[in-house]
Ligand binder design. Structure first.
Ligand code: HPA
Ligand code: ZN
Length: 350
């Protein structure tokens, strides 16, 4: 392992900003800022029950996952045309570029749109256009992960899969999101088995609010390669052992956990404990427009609250590339860029 040189505390914000990183847990609909919601609401003539950008933002006070999801689905209702999906995703990539994200894996929720009559093609092609432009103009690589809404039936998930298969060259994997408690991973065993057979990568949200049993089920019934959130794993030492020994990544989202009251303060967040126990944990933004910040804000606020430094910064960034769906060669390039960045901080310090 690379020997990480300490960085003076006053330079930590700059290091966290500038270090190359991957984002692996971002719901692209959760990057829809209130300003864009209002713009699209007017353009598409879709009313939203808020007077102004400020009053909408003021409604972003959540008690739990469900209270957030209610507003998140209302916000997404203004997305109608391919261009809307493009505009939303490209706005995210501009923010990601500022935070030195080299690679992003974007979740999207097609059922939120197709059930309103939006064609699957508009969703996927709009997002794909933004991904291509991010590569050409910003140098950010990316891929799309189609999420099934777990509050809906497995039959609905199969229907969604069928509708998305004509565009299968544009997305690489499937995930599972929305209301967790009461909708365990095994509810989707058959559709995940089908997706595996078709060669898609598999991930699932588990252990955000739900118990460790949901994480076991995501691993052993669905066969996921990566667990989204997974912070409840700490309650089950056998599970922590398994995640550590197999280096199964957890894509953790500290500001999301704070806003949805999974932890009562960031200083109580368990991400540093999970890292110290040898888990491949990463830092991500989840739904940045709703939770108070993009990936850099997640890094800086977590580091300040938990008193973390350069060693942990390197580990999180390294883990983000390791846990990504990039090829080995692409990962090697990112690991190299990470070392170059850390070495520039050592030289500047001397
Ligand atoms: N959890 C579950 N579903 C979601 C989330 C989340 O944090 N964000 C968007 N859909
Ligand atoms: Zn999420």
């Amino acid at each position: 392992m690379y020997n990480v040189h300490p960085v003076a505390p006053k330079r930590l914000p700059e290091l966290l900003k500038r270090m190359p990183k991957a984002e692996l847990h971002i719901h692209i609909e959760g990057s829809l800022e209130p300003e864009l919601i209002f713009k699209l609401s007017k353009k598409n003539n879709i009313p939203i029950p808020y007077e102004s950008v400020e009053s909408l933002r003021a409604a972003y006070a959540f008690n739990n996952l469900q209270s957030f999801l209610d507003i998140y689905y209302a916000g997404a209702s203004v997305l109608i045309n391919e261009d809307d999906f493009y505009e939303m995703a490209y706005a995210y990539f501009l923010k990601a570029a500022e935070d030195h994200v080299l690679h992003a894996e974007l979740f999207f929720d097609p059922q939120t749109h197709t059930e309103r009559g939006v064609p699957m093609e508009a969703v996927i092609k709009g997002l794909n256009r933004a991904c291509n432009e991010a590569k050409d103009k910003l140098g950010i690589t990316s891929c799309l992960i189609l999420c099934f809404l777990r509050h809906l039936s497995e039959e609905d998930a199969f229907k969604t899969l069928d509708e998305a298969l004509p565009f299968k060259q544009f997305w690489v994997g499937v995930g599972l999101d929305s209301s967790e408690v009461g909708h365990p991973p095994e509810k989707f065993a058959k559709v995940f088995a089908k997706c595996k057979e078709l060669g898609f990568r598999l991930v699932a949200h588990a252990g955000e609010e739900g118990p460790p049993a949901y994480i076991w089920s995501a691993l052993d019934v669905l066969g996921v390669e990566r667990v989204d959130h997974g912070v409840q794993s700490i309650k089950d030492p056998e599970l922590v052992k398994r995640l550590s020994s197999e280096r199964i990544p957890l894509t953790v989202c500290p500001l999301s956990n704070l806003k949805l009251k999974v932890f009562s303060s960031l200083s109580e967040h368990n991400i540093a404990k999970l890292l110290a126990q040898g888990l491949c944990v990463t830092i991500n933004s989840d739904d940045p427009a709703y939770f108070g910040g993009y990936i850099y804000e997640n890094f800086i606020k977590t580091f300040e609250a938990l008193g973390l430094g350069a060693r942990e910064a390197y580990a999180f960034a390294h883990n983000s590339f390791e846990a990504s769906f990039m090829s080995v060669a692409e990962k090697e390039k990112c690991f190299h860029a990470l070392k170059v960045c850390f070495e520039s901080f050592v030289e500047n310090d001397a």
